[in-house]
Design a protein around this ligand. Structure first.
Ligand code: PNS
Length: 170
């Protein structure tokens, strides 16, 4: 089934993202996790840290199906998808509330690259409320995030919290 691109900010990778990767992997020969470099957005993790973390998590997991690789990108997702020769852009849908935004993005991406389809995959129900933004908020306020992120990601978040903010990379 060729190559697909799963683009996102992944700041950080959540258990919901991992669930979508697991679901997408058997459908394609190669799945590229595209980590967006967005200099306008303040992120918890620098771009390279986000990529590294995803690679570490994937290396620790047994995944059936596609070869899964991690690449960073800047600019338009549709252009990056074309450069990667991806047949499809994969996006996870957690709930109906995601759909409207995702539909607009998919339509815009189709306008930019008509030959590339967007494939929506339903994330597992247990992750329907999990987002990077919410979990960072809970984490920063001292709430438990076990199960919402892979233990490798949780450890990195704890390390990050120990670094005084004025010394942190991002
Ligand atoms: O994980 P996110 O933050 O929901 O991912 C959103 C992402 C990165 C897929 C989206 O913001 C995106 O594609 N940005 C790149 C710029 C772009 O292509 N914009 C037009 C999208 S229609």
């Amino acid at each position: 089934m060729g190559r697909a691109l799963f683009p996102g900010s992944f700041d950080p990778l959540t258990s919901g993202h991992l669930d979508v990767i697991r679901r997408a992997a058997p459908l394609f020969d190669e799945l590229i996790i595209g980590v967006l470099n967005n200099p306008d957005k303040v992120s918890m993790f620098a771009l390279e840290e986000r990529c590294e973390m995803i690679r570490e998590v994937l290396a620790s997991e047994s995944m059936t199906g596609a070869r899964v690789i991690v690449k960073s990108f800047s600019g338009l997702t549709a252009v990056f998808a074309r450069e990667c020769a991806a047949l499809a852009i994969v996006r996870g849908i957690r709930a109906v509330s995601d759909y409207e935004y995702e539909l607009r993005m998919a339509r815009m991406n189709r306008r930019l690259e008509p030959s590339i389809e967007t494939a929506f995959l339903l994330a597992g129900e247990e992750f329907s409320f999990v987002s990077s933004t919410l979990l960072k908020q809970v984490f920063k306020l001292g709430g438990p995030i076990d199960g919402l992120v892979h233990p490798i990601v949780e450890a990195r978040m704890r390390d990050k919290q120990l670094i005084p903010q004025h010394l942190a990379v991002s």
